[in-house]
Write a protein that binds this ligand. Structure first.
Ligand code: FES
Length: 185
């Protein structure tokens, strides 16, 4: 477990589906020195919700290609996915004019310290924009995320492609504080 608010790969809990559950209450805010890993369902409790305030630092450099973290931030899951080259290519090879919520893949990324985008890292709030379920990763007709509640399909950029959800998965405010660390919030 991390000794500071920085999230490390060692804090990851593998749920056995390559879709890691990792909830961190460590933050740059009130808790400061603590980060806590809990099962996903713990986020529903008041204690978890209260603890997950402020901003969180995530060491994205420790996320393996094709892996995803789920991080609790302000009471909501945030997905941090290290996309494969194929996922990036799929996200970029889209005519955005046909999308329900048009957005380029680049517009859903932020630059690193050198000013260049890091398309391998995709950061999104993991809440379906229909009625708020948590979508499943590496699923659906577009190889991205699938919301089983009412059947919304998101692509490898987290854009809604099919189903009742009206909007793309939301990109939270975040920035790179180093080449491999992001601060969410
Ligand atoms: S809540 Fe996701 S499709 Fe309805």
């Amino acid at each position: 477990m991390a000794e500071t608010g920085l999230i490390h790969h060692d804090d990851i809990v593998d749920d056995g589906k390559r879709d890691f559950i990792f909830l961190a209450a460590g933050a740059a805010g009130a808790l400061g020195a603590a980060s806590i890993v809990w099962p996903l369902l713990a986020q529903m409790g008041k204690a978890a919700d209260t603890l997950a305030l402020g901003s969180i630092d995530i060491d994205v450099g420790k996320i393996g290609e094709g892996e995803q973290l789920k991080v609790l931030w302000r009471g909501a899951p945030v997905f941090v996915r290290h996309r494969t080259a194929a996922e990036i290519a799929e996200a970029e090879d889209v005519n955005i004019d046909i999308l329900p919520d048009p957005a380029t893949d680049d517009s859903r990324l932020v630059p690193g310290p050198d000013g260049n985008l890091k398309p391998q890292y995709l950061v999104m709030v993991g809440v379906c924009t229909h009625f708020g379920c948590v979508p499943v990763g590496e699923a659906g007709d577009y190889d991205g995320w699938y919301c089983p509640c009412h059947g919304s399909h998101y692509d490898t950029s987290g854009r809604i492609r099919k189903g009742p959800a009206p909007r793309n998965l939301v990109v939270p405010p975040y920035a790179y504080t180093s080449d491999t660390v992001i601060k969410v919030g």
